[in-house]
Design a protein. Sequence first.
Lengths: 562, 349
Amino acid sequence: MNDFAELLDRLAFEPRRNAKLRLMEDFFRTTPDPERGYALAALTGGLSFRNAKPGLVRALIAERTDPVLFALSYDYVGDLSETVALMWPAPSQAGTGHNASPPRLADVVEGLSMTAKTELPGLLARWLDALDETGRWALLKLITGALRIGVSARLAKTAVAGLGGVDPNAVEELWHGLTPPYEPLFAWLEGRAERPEGLVVAPFRPPMLSHPLDEEEFSRLDPAEFCAEWKWDGIRIEAVRELTLEGRRIVRLYSRTGEDITGSFPDLCEALIAEDAFVGALDGELLVLRGGRVESFNVLQQRLNRKAITPRLMQEFPAHIRAYDLLGEGEEDLRPLPFAERRRRLEALVARLAGGRVDLSPLVPFASWEELVAARARPEEAGAGIDAEAVEGVMLKRRDSPYVPGRPKGLWYKWKHDPHLVDTVLMYAQRGHGKRSSYYSDYTFGLWRSGPEGEELVPVGKAYFGFTDEELKELDRFVRRETVNRFGPVREVVHTGERGLVLEVAFEGVQQSTRHKSGVAMRFPRISRIRWDKPPREADRLDYLAGLLPREGTMKTRAGKT
Amino acid sequence: MQARDILSLTPAGLYCPLADVHIDPLRPVPRALITHGHSDHARAGHGAVLATAETLAIMAARYGEGFCGTAQAVRYGEAVTLGPVRVTFLPAGHVLGSAQILIEAGGLRIVVSGDYKRASDPTCAPFEPVRCDVFITEATFGLPVFRHPDAAGEIDKLLHSLTLFPERAHLLGAYPLGKAQRLVALLRQRGYDRPVYLHGAMERLMQLYGELGIALGDLRKVEPGGRESLGGAVVLCPPGALQDLWARRFPDPVAAFASGWMRVRARARQRGVELPLVVSDHAGWDELCATIRETGAGEVWVTHGEEEALVHWCTREGLAARPLNMLGYGDDEAEAEAVAEEAVAEPSA
């Protein structure tokens, strides 16, 4: 545990990707099995402990510290694990009389999965007593399930791949057939065993990603070399359907990071099982379709992140795939083929499908960039029709582009809509978490409306990014200086017509909301500019947002991404 | 007579009407008592200033000889009578010359502790606890997450990193007054006798400490525009210089920062620090609590920092406590200090 804790601590302070890789590779090279395998599982988010929850940690610290001091500390540090690791009192010398040795990571993993729920608090407390601050922090991070050390699963797999000098995608394609502590994987990478083939049915293929279109580069591109598609406002999904050797039909659904999300979409999975014309791997967008119309992201969100997938949920929010690429068919890997060729194969496949759960993402016809600019500005008139509200821009794909995992340069571009902008007034601020912790970095802002007592500000949303570190310090100073009221961790800052701070907020759209006092919820709001120069009374009015509401977007919304 | 009659809070800071003096005033006043030389406590432009000789020397080095109308030096423990009030300066252990100020009037003893710490520091006299009725304390690190570890252990982390990365210069960000000198002294105590290199902004105060009798060994200047990579060397610089153009002259340096704030990981990350060293010149949580108990004070005033938690603790201990919510020393004192120090020191860099 100590070595692993030290690795996490060093990774957390290391900003450079290559140095992170070196730290991890060194660790995997010098740490024995199964310790390194459990570390890999932790770094790739592959460990979860059913009975060990943040609540357990909170209960342990509550027994040992003053609740007010804990609340103030947590508010300041902005991270539960770190707060507890720092506040954990030294075990009393007179206590048990012996110094327990700190647990190994393998002890922790086994202990957490084997120990009865009632005995967990005692076990965890003994470990916390035996570890130093870094060890406690790492253990608690592990238990609360959020390492947040700037290492993606992909980066950890890349480091492991480095051990055997293989391409990270080779590890990725094996991944879903492996389980912690991954001994066969390490054995293969160290040349002690064969590649652990055949373990994975319906493997994940890392997706190809696009670059934002840069206006200057755009002017040099030749429209004849590109196809355009709508950029759908859903989530990226890969659907793989295979037959096992025994002829069993297997369907797996993966997120863009390779997470197996099959279990969340039994409706889609069942429909795909029945599609006997399809053996292969599709790349597309997961969307909710109702009455032949694509619903907004807000509606899709009500389907996502639900623990219980009830028949009612599936009926109310039916999941669909709008397909835009075909990565494999039968035994054939289509990824080396040019996009135009894959597209022909995809169109032919979708035409053979019967169930209506998969359709084709249409191409947007254009002969010149002017035509594409016009289509992007008015998708409803350029073929998107009633689905236009779910379009968030266009994708440009080179006709001759092979399917390259990762984010290769010069092949695919995303060209999003310009965001809406609104001048709001800062009303409340709260300290942030993670990177922003201990600064007032979560801002609630409002717009003007006519109230019973004249003009009043009504809160319309919250934003916690979009500013630079320098601007954050200035905002933090402003909040401290201009606080007029405190409600627990929330500070109310001055916001009259004359005194206060105007924040220009960028956002992607609005939705009616019963949860917000203002009746509207903004999508993806972020601070685009701080208007130190502008008096609050000149900020915008709520009517402006209300005017942006979609025609029939009267769904109850669950605000914000979770 | 009540404590509030002896000391009141004015826009310029704490004020004693009986003696007509301010303590660490934020703006120019006719008569000032100064606890220590940090620029948010010791400002230029007052009429008469009473402080320790070291604090006066630091102020003169900072602001020039004419930093005030008249300056009077006072020794630790020496009582000075100002009308009906007796003031005594006692060591605060914060930086060289730093003092707590004991104010006695009408049978009451009030201690204005200024900034202080309890950990040992080879560059200044140790804090002396003083029995008093009212203890006025800072709370920069007034949360129970701020438990400063042994400074020697933190210095060992730096020494360990020097052996791990002998090819990389170790840029050590530190406040130029107090922290920088303490770090050099601690390095020397751990047996490190190689030259320590200095950013231009560090030189003047480092030299002043030497003149005031604090031996710091071989100190060298980083030559302006020098090509030397200083691999494996310790280079002291103001915290702001870590992200500066200045730092880019070193190929692949290790960014270290010595501060009590480094206890919280996010704080270190926000500054892009790779090697955080938890070395503080302010009292940590346990030191604040222990000191309040030792003074025997029945009443505690908290000047600045995380006052809410400390006031809560005092109340729970049965002590009368109130936050003064003093602005100007900054909610985030160390940050303010760093900015102020750099603004003052940069011209010579």
